[in-house]
Design a protein around this ligand. Sequence first.
Ligand code: FNR
Length: 342
Amino acid sequence: MTKHNTDQTLSYDNKVILAPMVRVGTLPFRLLALKYGADIVYTEELIDWKLLKSIRIVNDALGTIDYIDKSDGTVVFRTCSTEKNKVVLQLGTCDPERALKVGKMIEKDVAGIDINMGCPKEFSLKGGMGAALLMQPEKAQAILTALVKNIEIPVTCKIRVFDSVEQTVSLVKKLESTGIAAIAVHGRTRIERPQHLNRNQTIAAIAQAINIPVIANGGSREIDRYTDILKFREDCGASSVMVARAAEGNCSIFCSKGMSELETVITTYLKLAVDYDNSPSNTKYCVQNMLKELQETPRGKKFLECQTLEQICAIWGLGEYCRQKQLEYQAKGMMSRREVAP
Ligand code: FNR
């Protein structure tokens, strides 16, 4: 029933996926996940109106496509050719028309688009986005249908579950009927937190009930190594699996040959952050999430005082690398940026 069947079209079957994570899932982190073996990487949730008031720039200095906020010049979304066939943009929206406008704007730059129907945060719920859509299946269907009918790339959504398995399966069947390519399921209800058990059996019931790939999510508490990812997928009877917190802490969880030392992961990440001119604040946030309690060590404390990318990099022996790259980018300058319609 789906139109998505060309060779280049992203398949969601049998895949290990980096989950969408606000502030974490920016370009360097997504590239890190791909380096370590993730098959597909989701962006952080991007809100429709923010994308719609951005302009698309081809950034020749960095080799990226940038969506830049017109009012303050910040990067809303940055992507590059390395991830082009593997990146899924996750959209926060409550409106079919706006969703479609975004879909049209970004369809040539990404491999898929996902609608966030699971976010339990007040900001999303008040705006009728995220998990609010679970209570409005007609609205959710209208958003998905508008995209499936009118854009070329596959459309998916990511949901949370209800207390009742039957109610969850009934919702998922309605969503499936719109022609979406796959569905990601976080096995917790809107009010459940990470300490609650993930409802793997509900995910299994969904996988039994529908004909598109189900992407199991919510298993990080039991994921300490790559084989745990596969076990979680098996427990859920799902086609694919999506990992958030375990990857946030050590992204080499995606490596089937075994994990790398955190030091190596951080160094690899920082090089990507420099290469793609990531903001110091976002870079610091991602490294903090990797360091966790190591922020209490003398080196961790020194890191917390850093304000520039070069200062952060210097702690991991990449200060000079960062300085040279930044000089190179400055020399190429803004002249290399030009606005190009998608
Ligand atoms: C998230 N999660 C999330 N989900 C989503 O659909 N869009 C988003 O932007 C975010 N942002 C986000 C940020 C951070 C820091 C975390 C830890 C989580 C939820 C995430 O994708 C996932 O559903 C849950 O974390 C459960 O999966 P794990 O962590 O058990 O693998």
